[in-house]
Design a protein around this ligand. Structure first.
Ligand SMILES: Nc1nc2c(c(=O)[nH]1)N[C@H]1C(S)=C(S)[C@@H](COP(=O)(O)OP(=O)(O)OC[C@H]3O[C@@H](n4cnc5c(=O)[nH]c(N)nc54)[C@H](O)[C@@H]3O)O[C@H]1N2
Ligand SMILES: Nc1nc2c(c(=O)[nH]1)N[C@H]1C(S)=C(S)[C@@H](COP(=O)(O)OP(=O)(O)OC[C@H]3O[C@@H](n4cnc5c(=O)[nH]c(N)nc54)[C@H](O)[C@@H]3O)O[C@H]1N2
Ligand code: SF4
Ligand SMILES: [Mo]
Length: 719
């Protein structure tokens, strides 16, 4: 059975990156491998940059010769990464040079063909369409526009877009975060008063227990995985909750593998166990959680037997896990995105945060909560309001924006992300097709470009300057590393030019990210000490906020005064809006009431180490070679029941649709559960990465915050 986690495969991966990836055009390396020497490209310069993909935001030095990046070298001075980077990050060089990259603006013609137009025409047309809507709808015009936000090349691009839309009265900008870990972020805010991680990653070496709740660190944040052995060396125990065995499992002292979507029942079981067995200092617990008795009531039904019935975790396993938590007075919980991907995510996340609260692990060294949504520094809202003025409109969520598309109440959509990130992706595509003017700022002929009217080619990060931020709330700076091809522009320029064309002198135009960054620091007090010069000089950025010009960075626990950031410094069990902590099976799951017996298996999906989300890395050949195409992992017992063998072609079917896949029979997934990677793209020229979007078979049953992608019933049928 091919095992994608084998050492051989991993070595192959590393080797391919050196050969097919970033270093392919290195003259020295090519020679060493017996190839013809490349042309002499002259002396090298080294420019600092940061990776655009995951929230670790690895910093690097780009070796530039002959106007091209020849090699990317992780910055050894980076305290978070130690200089390591992962395959996704290095693939940026291939993406920039891809023969499939589109570098000129194009306008869709009535017959569906594309006509090349100039950049000036693209700007003028966009401004004209916005002007028409403003003239026709006056004060209501802002509600007739929307934006699905991308992975911006820099923070200045995001702010330029927000300023331009803001001046048009539009606040309907959907960040990726909404479909990401918004439940965890929102609930963390409700429970503790901050939506950012409450501590920094360096604190892991001060913890006695690290509780990775769905956080598959080694595949999702590869450059951080070094913190696990570092913490273990200092005596930390690693507990991991994930139904699947992953690379992260190798570091775990204890892994619990609950049935998908049952974490809420598991955490209530743990809380009950601690209370029943007097493993808590209740008096201390009440300081942070005065409603401890309500929580006791909520947890009372979750006896070890009940927990086993719901989650599949045996009583002895539950006890070992609960006792390990009880034994630690310094625990850090790290949330993965999966806890936000079920309709019962809200009580689940709240339950886990309450567990941190009642065990005294919210405040202090080696304690706190980390999430996977990057620590967004504050100040953006202040700045955008100062520039664009206050917009009174209430922001729609994506569900309402989609409804506006369906009702033909949306005139302009800036489609800058994938639409495939949303459940019911095919339905979302149809909704987008009802919008009369769709602008896509992108790189390749993706499904998003296809549904657009106007395509504007963008620069990749290294082709322009600008600031970024990462998980530790650290601000980083990048100078321009190389020139962009053709008519590619950074998003800050496009949105700035559109704003200038629309509003003339009234528009606060910045002709560079440098100018915007400097103005930002001038008017936002929490950025006073994060001057561009100081940030650019640091190997890994500086942690926000710094109020004084040469003020120190503040690492570690956010709650410096020893008090949570909530109004009275405590955590609620019974919330006005979200109620008590209860567990119900996620909507659409085979264990939920009214489930369809024809779909008895639990569907899960997620990320793989060699891809970033749904779009760009699907175009990198060095990464494609590790893909077996759309695979669906299934446990041997389940495979037998379905009459499926390893390597068989199958249909993975949900009530919403079906995908063709290759079966991978492996005990890394639980019996009764299937798993398939989420990254594929239907239009990439690289066969191995081509498949219909995974969200085309995920139903559109949104709950209040998270947009769950997991847990629905499914079945496997031989193709
Ligand atoms: N089924 C399923 N769905 C999911 C997930 C999952 O695991 N499974 N994950 C969810 C999560 S966690 C997230 S965060 C979302 C992500 O969903 P998306 O945000 O749609 O993810 P990407 O594929 O990164 O698409 C981002 C867009 O940013 C653009 N982009 C990239 N770099 C630049 C740049 O430098 N400049 C500009 N202007 N544009 C750029 C790309 O062209 C692309 O269109 O998906 C969510 N949806
Ligand atoms: N390689 C790679 N790394 C990435 C990204 C990427 O696209 N590719 N994206 C980045 C982004 S935007 C985000 S938000 C982060 C976070 O990304 P996540 O959303 O956390 O990643 P996933 O792989 O979807 O899910 C993580 C794990 O959850 C497990 N899981 C599924 N169901 C359950 C469940 O019911 N309970 C529990 N406890 N676990 C479950 C899966 O088996 C999987 O191993 O990753 C970041 N890192
Ligand atoms: S770990 Fe994240 S930031 Fe670092 S290289 Fe990989 S994708 Fe980029
Ligand atoms: Mo995300």
């Amino acid at each position: 059975m091919p095992d994608s986690y084998s050492r051989r495969n991993f070595l192959k991966l590393s080797a391919a990156l050196a050969v097919g990836g970033a270093a392919a055009s290195l003259p020295g390396k090519a020679q060493a491998m017996g190839q013809k020497p490349g042309p002499d490209l002259g002396p090298a310069t080294y420019v600092k940059g940061y990776c655009p993909f995951c929230q670790v935001r690895c910093t690097y030095h780009a070796e530039v010769r002959g106007g091209k990046i020849q090699q990317i070298i992780g910055d050894k001075g980076n305290r978070w990464t130690g200089g390591s980077m992962c395959p996704k990050g290095l693939s940026i060089v291939e993406l920039m040079d891809s023969p499939h990259r589109l570098t000129e603006p194009m306008l869709k013609q009535a017959d569906g063909s594309w006509k090349r137009i100039s950049y000036a025409e693209a700007v003028a047309l966009t401004a004209q369409k916005m002007r028409e809507t403003l003239d026709k709808h006056g004060e209501k015009a802002g509600d007739r526009m929307g934006m699905l936000m991308p992975l911006w090349d820099c923070r200045e691009s995001e702010m330029a877009a927000l300023i331009t839309l803001g001046m048009a009265g539009c606040v309907h900008t959907m960040p990726p975060g909404e479909t990401c870990v918004s439940t965890a972020a929102n609930m963390l805010n409700l429970m503790s008063g901050t939506s950012n991680p409450t501590t920094t990653v360096d604190q892991l070496t001060k913890a006695k227990v690290i509780l990775l709740w769905g956080a598959n660190l080694c595949e999702l944040y590869p450059a951080y995985s070094r913190w696990l052995p570092m913490a273990k060396e200092k005596g930390a125990k690693i507990l991991y909750v994930d139904p699947r065995r992953t690379r992260t499992s190798d570091w775990a002292d204890i892994q619990l593998r609950p049935k998908p979507g049952t974490d809420g029942a598991l955490v209530l079981g743990v809380i009950r166990f601690l209370l029943e067995n007097q493993l808590l200092d209740e008096e201390k617990a009440r300081e942070l959680v005065p409603e401890l008795d309500l929580l006791r009531e909520d947890a009372s039904a979750y006896t070890p037997e009940k927990v086993q019935e719901l989650t599949g975790i045996a009583p002895a396993e539950l006890e070992g896990f609960a006792r390990a938590i009880a034994a630690s007075d310094r625990t850090i919980v790290w949330f993965g995105g999966s806890v936000c991907r079920y309709t019962n995510g809200i009580p689940t996340v709240r339950g886990i945060i309450l567990l941190q609260g009642i065990t005294g692990n919210m405040i202090g060294e080696g304690r706190g909560v980390l999430t996977m949504h990057s620590g967004k520094p504050g100040g953006e809202h202040e700045f955008v309001e100062a520039m664009a003025g206050h917009v009174k409109a209430a922001k729609m969520n994506f569900r309402r924006l989609r409804l506006a598309m369906d009702k033909k109440r949306l005139d302009i959509l800036f489609l800058n992300s994938s639409y495939r990130r949303y459940p019911d992706a095919n339905g979302v595509r149809k909704s987008i097709q009802k919008v009369p003017f769709v602008v896509h700022c992108g790189f390749f002929m993706t499904p998003e470009a296809e549904v657009s009217h106007l395509f504007v080619p963008m620069t990749f990060g290294p082709e322009s300057s600008g600031s970024g931020y990462g998980n530790e709330k650290e601000a980083v700076w990048r100078d321009k590393i190389v020139e962009a091809p053709g008519s590619c522009v950074p998003a800050w320029k496009f949105y700035g030019d559109v704003g200038k064309a629309l509003f003339g002198e009234k528009y606060p135009y910045f002709d560079s990210p440098e100018a915007m960054y400097d103005k930002f620091c001038e008017i936002v007090p929490s950025w006073k000490g994060l001057s561009r010069k100081r940030v650019a000089a640091s190997p890994d950025g500086l942690v926000w906020p710094i109020y004084e010009e040469n003020g120190p960075e503040l690492l570690g626990c956010t709650f410096r005064e020893g008090k949570l950031g909530t109004a009275d410094g405590t955590m609620v069990v019974k919330d006005r809006v979200f109620g008590r902590i209860t567990w119900t099976p996620p909507k659409g799951s085979p264990y939920a009431k009214g489930s369809k017996p024809e779909f008895p298996l639990v569907f899960t999906q997620g990320k793989v180490v060699w891809h970033w989300q749904h779009t760009l890395t699907n175009y990198a050949p060095s990464l494609a070679q590790f893909s077996r195409g759309r695979v669906v992992s299934v446990h041997p017992e389940t495979a037998k029941q379905c009459g499926v063998k390893d390597g068989d072609r199958v249909f993975l079917e949900t009530p919403t649709g079906r995908l063709e896949a290759v079966a991978e029979v492996t005990s890394r997934v639980l019996p009764g559960t299937v798993f398939t990677p989420s990254h594929f793209c239907p239009d990439t020229p690289l066969d191995a990465n081509r498949s219909e979007p995974v969200n085309s078979i995920v139903p559109n049953s949104w709950d209040r915050i998270s947009c769950q992608h997991n847990g629905v019933g499914c079945r496997l049928v031989k193709a």
